[in-house]
Write a protein that binds this ligand. Structure first.
Ligand SMILES: NC(=O)c1ccc[n+]([C@@H]2O[C@H](COP(=O)([O-])OP(=O)(O)OC[C@H]3O[C@@H](n4cnc5c(N)ncnc54)[C@H](OP(=O)(O)O)[C@@H]3O)[C@@H](O)[C@H]2O)c1
Length: 266
């Protein structure tokens, strides 16, 4: 039985991916801080091993990850992450660093722990859950976008460095997906009511469209782990979201920036 590590397995996309992979016969190590939620999943799912883990605590990586890696690992799904909403002027350096620690540096650290084993066994999968926010940058969540842009650069370089090693690297780029991430964001935005962007925050949240179900992303993650020829990029979203990402690549900067400023800030 092949083993897959999934970070951020207690909720949303990670939970759906863990359920899908465990159902497909993989042994899934589900990692997250909320151990109670993972234990609840373990009661329902065969082949699911709950592991308490904080991706922002690199001092504990060896202790938690070494035994898992020693028991054999085929896949790593780097999924843990969160959105710290706020315009750049509204976020403290501390919160910006914390967001990078979870969404980027923690992910890099976990990947580096698993890499030597995958390289030695000449096979494996690394699936990074990025976002459409890794391909466009939007006001009021710019620092989240920055973490995902950093992830894009990391994933692309990693894929090329692992060319012909037997290890396949995939990037998952969802648009809006129905998960807990939005309620957490909502709560944080309510603390920013004195900002010059208060109206934009309210508008951004009010207008956050209903997204696709997490199962769509779970299916893509399953494909990236199990297909003999996985895609490099899984762009998952509404037709409008996909068009927005493609338009960003070809439209002049001034046109795009003016359009987004009008839409989000006015
Ligand atoms: N939902 C969307 O619209 C959307 C769109 C594009 C990309 N994404 C990406 O998808 C990924 C999953 O998000 P989601 O939408 O499924 O959100 P979610 O429902 O809030 O789930 C986030 C998961 O990440 C875990 N997590 C957060 N901080 C962690 C930490 N320090 N250490 C370990 N685990 C941590 C959470 O578990 P604990 O709190 O138990 O630790 C939870 O399991 C994120 O990387 C997000 O950026 C989401």
């Amino acid at each position: 039985m092949k083993s897959v590590i999934v970070t951020g397995a207690s909720s949303g996309i990670g939970k759906a991916a863990s359920t899908k992979l465990a159902g497909a016969g993989y042994k899934v190590y589900g990692l997250a801080r909320s151990f109670d939620k993972l234990q609840e999943m373990a009661r329902r799912l065969a082949n699911f091993v709950p592991v308490e883990f904080d991706v922002a605590r690199p001092d504990r990586f060896d202790k938690v990850l070494d035994p898992i890696i020693a028991s054999g690992v085929f896949g790593l799904v780097n999924n843990a992450g969160y959105v710290e909403p706020g315009a750049i002027e509204d976020l403290s350096m501390e919160s910006i660093r914390a967001q990078f620690e979870t969404n980027f540096f923690g992910l890099v650290g976990v990947t580096k722990k698993v890499l030597p084993t995958l390289i030695a066994q000449k096979e494996g999968r690394i699936v990074n859950v990025s976002s459409m926010a890794g391909m466009v940058s939007l006001p009021t969540i710019g620092m989240y976008c920055a973490t995902k842009h950093a992830l894009e650069a990391f994933t692309e370089a990693l894929r090329i460095e692992l060319w012909n090693t037997g290890i396949k690297v995939a990037s998952i780029n969802p648009g809006v997906i129905e998960t807990n991430i939005h309620s957490v964001t909502d709560e944080k935005v309510s603390q920013l009511k004195n900002s010059r962007f208060a109206k934009a925050y309210r508008k951004y949240l009010r207008e956050t469209p209903r997204g696709l179900p997490a199962s769509i992303v779970a299916d893509a993650i399953h494909d990236a782990v199990s297909s003999p020829k996985p895609k490099y990029r899984y762009l998952l979203g509404s037709a409008k979201e996909k068009a927005g990402v493609r338009l960003r690549r070809i439209a002049p900067d001034d046109t795009i920036h003016a359009l987004v400023a009008r839409r989000v800030l006015e």
